[in-house]
Design a protein around this ligand. Structure first.
Ligand code: ARG
Length: 291
């Protein structure tokens, strides 16, 4: 039996819209706390049903975006490249993520340069290649440094639209040769590079991109998204995926959705290195954190 998918989440106890660091966020559009908690729990349950073992980072008052664990760092085998956030509002998250990784058996690497990098929000493996978004949150120079450190091929992709400020808002690898993307979030060059590099590339329409269709969580052959992505779901069902949608409106208000609320600790399904390292994983630290 294949080992379970290992996922890091952080309960939304202190989640709120307290500042504005992307175009989705407005302090005039607050999140409903009770609803956010219910939406987060439902996502947690769906992930568990899909076979994920979920670890939880303890929530911290004053760090509302800590729920978006995709931004903790970039996992590669037993190493994590820790994030350095663009905005000071999120910098306080770094030591909490660092401590969690160190205490759970990861080798924590920090960038040597002063550049910014926002983890699995901007770095996604598809096959042997690390696709990396830059300009809005991560710097191109950070991506180069990570490629050199990990010894992997990196394709930097400029994120041209402010609403699609992290790569995981407009690109989602599903298998080493299969990904979903929102073409308008990239320039012509980026679009062409994606088409040349990934054999099966599924474009999503604007209406579904705005519903965070590309911010999907993939666990085995199960894909979970926000509600309102019917076209993508039928494309994926036709390819043999089981798809689920679950309302995440309260997190969309912060510019995040399903994928942003998770970090895959054992590597995404689409990462070629994951297939090679199935046996040698860092120790697992599962705890129930849905209550
Ligand atoms: N409010 C958060 C921010 O602007 C949302 C992060 C979403 N995370 C992601 N991986 N796309 O940083």
């Amino acid at each position: 039996m294949a080992p379970a998918a290992r996922v890091l989440m952080c309960p939304p106890d202190h989640y709120a819209i307290q500042y504005e660091i992307n175009p989705w966020m407005s302090r005039n559009r607050p999140s409903d706390h009770g609803l956010a908690v219910r939406q987060w729990r439902r996502l947690y349950e769906l992930l568990e049903q899909a076979g994920a073992e979920i670890s939880c980072l303890a929530p911290v008052a004053g760090l509302p975006d800590l729920v978006f664990t995709a931004n903790a760092g970039l996992v590669y085998e037993d190493t994590v490249m820790l994030s350095r956030f663009r905005y000071r509002q999120r910098r306080g998250e770094e030591p909490h993520f660092q401590r969690w990784f160190s205490e759970h058996g990861f080798r924590v690497q920090r960038l040597r340069t002063a550049a910014c990098f926002e983890g699995a929000g901007d770095g996604l493996f598809c096959g042997d290649t690390l696709f990396a978004g830059y300009r809005r949150r991560s710097d191109a120079v950070a991506i180069q440094e990570i490629g050199a450190l990990l010894g992997c091929r990196v394709i930097p992709l400029e994120l041209v639209r402010p609403h699609y400020y992290h790569l995981d808002t407009c690109f989602c690898p599903l298998a080493p040769d299969l990904a979903v993307y929102y073409p308008d979030a990239f320039d012509d060059y980026g679009g062409a590079v994606l088409q040349e590099s990934i054999a099966r590339l599924i474009p999503v329409a604007k209406e579904e991109a705005q519903r965070f269709a590309c911010n999907a969580v993939v666990v085995g052959r199960t894909v979970i998204t926000n509600t309102g992505c019917p076209e993508l779901r039928s494309r994926l069902e036709a390819l043999g995926f089981a798809t689920y949608e679950t309302p995440l409106s309260e997190f969309v208000k912060a510019g995040g959705s399903a994928k942003c609320l998770t970090l895959r600790l054992d590597g995404e399904e689409a990462a070629a290195w994951k297939q090679r390292t199935r046996v040698a994983q860092p120790p697992s630290a599962v705890q129930n954190c849905s209550d």
